[in-house]
Design a protein around this ligand. Structure first.
Ligand SMILES: Cc1cc2nc3c(=O)[nH]c(=O)nc-3n(C[C@H](O)[C@H](O)[C@H](O)COP(=O)(O)OP(=O)(O)OC[C@H]3O[C@@H](n4cnc5c(N)ncnc54)[C@H](O)[C@@H]3O)c2cc1C
Ligand code: FES
Length: 259
């Protein structure tokens, strides 16, 4: 059964910078907030009609009681630059929640690694909040850190920075090794080189691993095949070895995808 999603104008409650060119956007949208699962995303539409395609942004936090959603995004181009101009009281067109989200049941009774890299860190906040049990969160940044308060409130936080300004100097895997960390299951989101390295690490260690892929998208709803990645199994839709990241993903079991 296809998951429910809604196409609505969400009210902007708050917009604030949380880092250099990184913004936190708090939206009021009760129905999406009540349905959203960690690892799902919203398609966010621009007002400027020259930018027809929506931009996929992960749900960083969803509060069903308050009816709010938080998105944290980096300005990458014109679409996200437009979002950064939104102010409290404005509205923004969104579609969601989209995608499958992380399979929470895989972590039951297990010791979990939540690994985020760069702008793949935001979905780890809601995931950490919803997962019970022992969680070690490993966050990898280039230099400037963000969302560390939210992450450390929901698990034991370890930081890696490329320039060594905070935590381990190097990658998230350097951080895992430096701190002698071990887990029974891995959930991760971030740039492809990081996911590729984690897939290899998980295979070597024999740890089940779930990866959320970032890919350029167009329709965001499974219709255009702009977002496919190579997969081990055939896609039901196109009958080739592809998975549509927006529809079957963005979260995949590492062994099912080719990175
Ligand atoms: C499922 C999913 C969840 C995402 N969640 C977040 C999030 O929580 N926060 C966040 O900041 N970003 C997130 N992204 C990336 C975000 O969608 C892009 O940065 C955004 O669409 C860029 O739009 P733009 O108009 O500002 O830039 P554009 O002008 O469209 O592109 C500017 C530059 O960014 C690159 N780019 C565009 N899309 C992507 C992408 N998907 N991955 C890597 N590079 C890209 C382009 O190649 C180009 O170099 C997510 C992407 C996906 C697929
Ligand atoms: S973006 Fe169109 S199928 Fe995924």
């Amino acid at each position: 059964m296809e998951a429910e999603k809604v196409y609505v104008k969400a009210l902007v409650r708050e917009q604030k910078p949380v880092g250099t060119q990184i913004f936190s956007l708090l939206l009021e949208e009760k129905s999406i907030a009540s349905m959203a699962k960690p690892g799902q995303f919203l398609s966010v539409y621009c007002r400027d009609q020259s930018r027809l395609l929506p931009r996929p942004i992960s749900i960083c936090e969803a509060d069903p009681d308050a009816g709010t959603l938080r998105l944290v995004y980096r300005i990458a181009g014109e679409g996200t630059r437009e979002f950064a101009g939104l102010r409290s009281g404005d509205t923004v067109q969104v579609l969601g929640p989209l995608g499958n989200g992380f399979p929470l049941q895989e972590a039951e009774g297990k010791k979990v690694f939540l690994i985020g890299g760069g702008i793949g860190i935001p979905p780890m906040v809601e995931l950490a909040r919803r997962l019970p049990g022992e969680k070690q969160i490993i966050a990898g940044y280039r230099d400037e850190v963000f969302l560390t308060k939210e992450l450390s409130e929901n698990g034991e936080l370890f930081i890696a920075t490329e320039d060594g300004s905070t935590g381990t100097k190097g990658t998230v895997l350097d951080c895992i090794r430096e701190n002698g960390l071990h887990a029974d299951v891995i959930y991760a989101c971030g740039p492809t080189p990081m996911l590729r390295a984690l897939k290899e690490y998980a295979a070597q260690e024999g740890i089940p691993c779930w990866l959320s892929l970032e890919q350029r998208m167009a329709c965001g709803i499974g219709a255009c095949l702009a977002c496919v990645c190579k997969s081990v199994e055939k896609d039901e839709h196109s009958q080739v070895h592809n998975k549509r990241i927006c529809a079957e993903g963005p979260v995949f079991e590492a062994g099912q995808i080719c990175l």
